[in-house]
Design a protein around this ligand. Structure first.
Ligand code: ADE
Length: 224
């Protein structure tokens, strides 16, 4: 998979996408991540990327020219499955969207800033608008990092058996069950006996019941 990210703050994406599992996924060739600085595409004398909004009001708007030029260059080189705009008024990101996106060949992600991008960029180029939650971030970069992490970890070869995404919360529509490691007892708090029983079927049953109980308590909406 190839992911192109368009941003005015490339440094915000460096650390989250170049460490741990995301770093390994790139080293193993499971994903190529290309970050493009929108400012490099600006034809303005001062390389500006924003302007006052028509109609007045506080906050700047990201201008069409540098974003359109960058998108047009990339789309002339390959076809994208989705051109995504990160925005608080987009569709709420969930596991099912991540699963679907993980089947893509190429995706492009545009990070907004200030009051957002000129609406014509959204109308002309964007095929999907995504929000990572009902709150407003300073820009789309952290949202893009969340999206890329959630998608890339699903790609074949990224996770090994132990960290397999199949046992994640949400993959079977339920939250994950509680987990324990050594020691068996901490200040009188003990590990549930069944997990020490060595009985795989009983352990599986216990995990399913705990997943169900947790989901009913914390996220009953997932059971609807
Ligand atoms: N940009 C600003 N807020 C955002 C959010 N909640 N999700 C995605 N992108 C954003």
């Amino acid at each position: 998979m190839r992911i192109d990210i368009l941003t005015i703050l490339p440094q915000l994406l460096e650390s989250p996408l170049n460490d741990s599992i995301m770093k390994r996924a790139q080293e193993k060739g499971c994903v190529e991540i290309h970050i493009h600085n929108i400012r490099d595409y600006s034809t303005h004398r001062q390389k500006s990327v924003d302007d006052y909004q028509y109609g007045g009001g506080a906050g700047m708007v990201m201008t069409i020219q540098p974003i359109a030029d960058c998108i047009e260059k990339l789309t002339s080189e390959r076809t994208y499955d989705e051109l995504i705009y990160m925005t608080p008024d987009g569709d709420l990101l969930d596991q099912s969207t991540c699963n679907t996106l993980s089947l893509s060949q190429n995706i492009l992600i545009l990070c907004g800033h200030y009051k957002g991008v000129d609406q014509r960029i959204r109308d002309l180029f964007i095929t999907k608008e995504i929000s990572i939650g009902s709150y407003v971030l300073s820009g789309g970069e952290l949202g893009a990092a969340v999206l890329v992490d959630a998608v890339v970890r699903l790609l074949p070869g990224v996770l090994n058996d132990e960290t397999s995404a199949l046992t994640d919360s949400f993959q079977d529509g339920l939250l994950a069950p509680p987990v324990y490691t050594r020691p068996e007892e901490y200040k009188g708090h003990v590990v549930p006996e069944v997990l020490l029983s060595g009985h795989p079927i009983k352990i599986e049953e216990w995990r399913y019941e705990e997943s169900f109980r947790r989901t009913k308590e914390r996220r009953p909406d997932l059971l609807d």
